[in-house]
Write a protein that binds this ligand. Structure first.
Ligand SMILES: [Ca+2]
Ligand SMILES: [Ca+2]
Length: 166
């Protein structure tokens, strides 16, 4: 995404059950009005707001998990950081924080390699009453990849002894 973008949805609704893209579960959501603004560039951010929204979700699969239910009269959220992971050196960290007038509780786990650089973006999110927060980053994936590579490096001399000329 290169240009700023505004999306708006009026009277939206969706419901799904089954297995799709490695995720199994059920979900349903509906809203009177939803808007989202995306600003790419040096300091990318996204802002979204919803009026009269309700959602229920239970899913688990290869890209994480999500369990929760909630309804709000009005809510708004701001997302900052590397909203679209890329193959550069950055940790691709993003934070989303929201506030709403409503009820609900949810927990989410993210696991994906959206940019395909071999480093998974992992994260956690939760909705607790009026507050919603999500954090996503390649930091954990980079750490675990480094540990795995170190283990291979440490193990390698041992293996090489058994090879011809080792
Ligand atoms: Ca990346
Ligand atoms: Ca990645």
């Amino acid at each position: 995404m290169e240009e700023e973008e505004i999306q708006a949805e009026v009277l939206s609704g969706s419901a799904a059950a089954g297995i799709k893209e490695g995720q199994a579960g059920v979900s349903a959501s509906g809203g009177l009005l939803g808007m989202r603004f995306d600003q790419p560039g040096e300091l990318p951010f996204a802002a979204e707001t919803n009026i009269a929204r309700a959602a229920v979700d239970a899913s688990v699969g290869t890209s994480g998990f999500s369990f929760g239910a909630g309804a709000s009269v009005v809510d708004a959220a701001l997302e900052l950081g590397d909203l679209e992971p890329d193959r550069g050196d950055s940790m691709d960290t993003s934070v989303r924080a929201g506030l709403g007038a409503g009820v609900g509780a949810a927990v989410r786990g993210h696991y994906a390699d959206q940019d395909g650089d071999g480093i998974p973006e992992t994260g956690l999110g939760a909705d607790i009453g009026p507050v919603s927060i999500d954090v996503k980053s390649e930091a954990l994936g980079r750490a675990s990849n480094a540990i795995t590579e170190d283990a291979v490096d440490v193990g390698a001399p041992g293996w090489r002894r058994w090879l011809p000329g080792g």
